[in-house]
Design a protein around this ligand. Structure first.
Ligand code: OFO
Length: 170
C-alpha cells in the first residue's frame, strides 16, 4: 500500500534529522580527534555511521512504500566543546529530542492508521532507549572519575573499542 502524503513528509523530515545527527556527531568526532582524545573520537565516528544507517532505513522504507525521498539541506552544527562533560550532555539532550520526534512520528502513524509504519517505528523506539542509556552510562562514568587523568584515559580507551555494527533491520 502506498504511503500517505502527510506521513511521507514527516519521514522525509526525519531523514533530514538523522543526517543532521550524523553531522553533529561527526563534528564531535573531529573536535575530539583534534584534542587528542582518540577513543572519544572513535565513539563519535561510530555514532556518525549509525545515524547514516538510521537515515538509510527510512529511505529504504519510503521506497518500499512507493514514497518519494526529498533530501533537504543540513543546517549548521556546533563545532567545539569546553569539555567531555559538555559533549556528552549535548549528546544526551539531542537523543532525548530524537526520542520525542520518533514518538511524534509514531503518533502520526497511529492517527493515519498506517500500521506498517507503526510497526517499522518500533525498531526506532527500542533503539532510542538504547541510545539514551548508552550516553547516560558514559556521563555517569565521567562524573565518577571527575578530573582524574587516569580515569579519563581509561574511559577514552573503552570508548576507543567501540565498533560499528550495521543495524539488523537493514
Ligand atoms: Fe538516529 O538516533 Fe541518534 O540521533
Amino acid at each position: 500500500m502506498n504511503i500517505g502524503k502527510k506521513l511521507a513528509e514527516a519521514i522525509n523530515e526525519q531523514i533530514n534529522a538523522e543526517f543532521w545527527s550524523a553531522y553533529f556527531y561527526l563534528a564531535m568526532a573531529n573536535y575530539w580527534e583534534e584534542q587528542g582524545r582518540k577513543g572519544v573520537a572513535n565513539w563519535y565516528k561510530v555514532q556518525f555511521r549509525e545515524e547514516q544507517a538510521h537515515a538509510e532505513i527510512f529511505i529504504d522504507y519510503l521506497h518500499n512504500r512507493n514514497g518519494q525521498v526529498c533530501l533537504k539541506p543540513i543546517s549548521d552544527v556546533k563545532q567545539s566543546w569546553e569539555s567531555l562533560a559538555e559533549t556528552f550532555a549535548d549528546t544526551l539532550a539531542h537523543e532525548q529530542e530524537v526520542t520525542r520526534r520518533i514518538h511524534a512520528l509514531y503518533a502520526l502513524a497511529e492517527e493515519e492508521k498506517d500500521y506498517a509504519t507503526r510497526q517499522m517505528l518500533n525498531w526506532y523506539i527500542a533503539e532510542q532507549v538504547e541510545e539514551e542509556a548508552n550516553v547516560q552510562e558514559i556521563i555517569d562514568n565521567l562524573n565518577l572519575v571527575g578530573q582524574d587523568g587516569t580515569g579519563i584515559l581509561q574511559i577514552d580507551r573503552e570508548l576507543g573499542a567501540r565498533t560499528f555494527v550495521a543495524p539488523a533491520v537493514k
